[in-house]
Design a binder for this molecule. Structure first.
Ligand code: AHG
Ligand code: MN
Ligand code: MN
Length: 325
């Protein structure tokens, strides 16, 4: 397909390739892209908030200003709950699952998200993102059940992320390769910019928060010494989406192991580790907890954490530890 093809056209052409496709997906991804454009606009305005005299949670008009991660959460819900494609939504920002309310029809898919990833970077103009995963619903009753949300990553039918960076990009997979679209802000449309992304099998970058070194297990320390002596460069933004995206395109390894402070690692299985692992596997890379593929882990709780080692396949193969101490 030509670079510059619109996301909508790309989705329609992909749908034609699979005669069994109903078109639900095409519409769902289009709505995700619309929510992403709205969030992107707010993210771009974030730096103006002080300039325009917004104070606390109230802006100059006396309206309350939501925290951006709450705004992102609500925006996805607003754009997705009426579609009829979803039965329920889970989010980092919501303790419990969100059931699609009446009168909207309940659909056959489940949506999980980290609506704003890297939120500590908002105020300092560093890239942040959104991450999502979509599963087929398992239950049949009037409401989605926990079983619908606690599925192995292997069962994902779609995963993606949006990065609000020097440009806004959406990257997703439905299990047929990984494709990236860049938002052209002048026309408000995502255009195909990265077709069928493959991560190099080896990279020159390692990404880990070395500030945690004192809490690391000896095996983690040994590993980081090894990659340094092999000449790898450190790159760590502190927004998972941004660190992942860079390594996906350039090759490299990202690690957030377990340590003495974070006994199960820090990142969340269902809406951070799993969707990015589906994407990286589709791009010929790997995502593990140090012992098994992330996609093979049976989730036990909505917000469970997991050690994450993800990136170029040969690099990930070398890092066989969870860091548990
Ligand atoms: P979130 O903003 O969604 O809570 O995620 C923050 C995460 C992730 O984006 C990043 O990789 C990690 O926190 C950074 O953690 P440290 O500051 O501990 O390195
Ligand atoms: Mn996050
Ligand atoms: Mn978040």
């Amino acid at each position: 397909m030509h670079l510059g093809t619109t996301l909508t056209r790309f989705l329609i052409d992909e749908q034609r390739k699979y005669p069994s496709a109903t078109g639900d997906f095409t519409a769902l991804i289009s709505e995700i892209a619309t929510a992403a454009r709205v969030i992107s606009r707010e993210v771009n305005k974030a730096g103006l908030i002080d300039l325009l005299g917004y104070q606390g949670n109230v802006n100059v008009h006396g309206e309350s200003v939501q925290k951006l991660d709450q705004f992102a959460n609500d925006t996805f819900i607003r754009f997705l709950s009426h579609t009829g494609f979803l039965a329920g939504i889970a989010s980092e920002e919501m303790e419990n699952v969100y059931q699609i309310p009446d009168p909207y029809p309940k659909g056959k898919y489940i949506f999980l998200m980290d609506p704003l990833d890297g939120s500590s970077n908002i105020d300092v103009n560093i890239s942040i993102g959104s991450i999502f995963a979509i599963y087929r619903r398992k239950s049949v009753g009037p409401q989605a059940t926990m079983e619908d949300f606690l599925q192995k990553g292997r069962e994902q039918v779609c995963a993606g992320y949006i990065i609000y960076g020097s440009s806004t990009m959406m990257v997703y997979t439905t299990g047929y390769g990984v494709h990236g679209f860049t938002l052209d802000p002048s026309i408000g449309v995502f255009l195909l910019s990265h077709e069928n992304i493959k991560i190099p099998s080896r990279g020159a970058i390692y990404s880990i928060n070395e500030g945690n070194e004192a809490a690391w297990a000896p095996e983690v320390r040994r590993y980081v010494e090894l990659v340094k002596s092999n000449g790898k460069s450190a790159r760590y933004v502190g927004s998972l989406v941004a660190d992942f995206h860079r390594n996906l395109l350039k090759g490299g390894i990202f690690l957030y192991p377990a340590d003495r402070k974070n006994k199960n690692g820090k990142l969340r299985l269902l809406y951070e580790a799993s969707p990015l692992s589906f994407i990286v596997e589709q791009a010929a890379g790997k995502g593990t907890n140090g012992h098994q593929p992330i996609l093979d882990i049976q989730p036990k709780a909505l917000h469970q954490r997991v050690p994450l080692i993800i990136g170029s396949s040969e690099d990930v193969d070398e890092a066989r530890f969870s860091g548990g101490v």
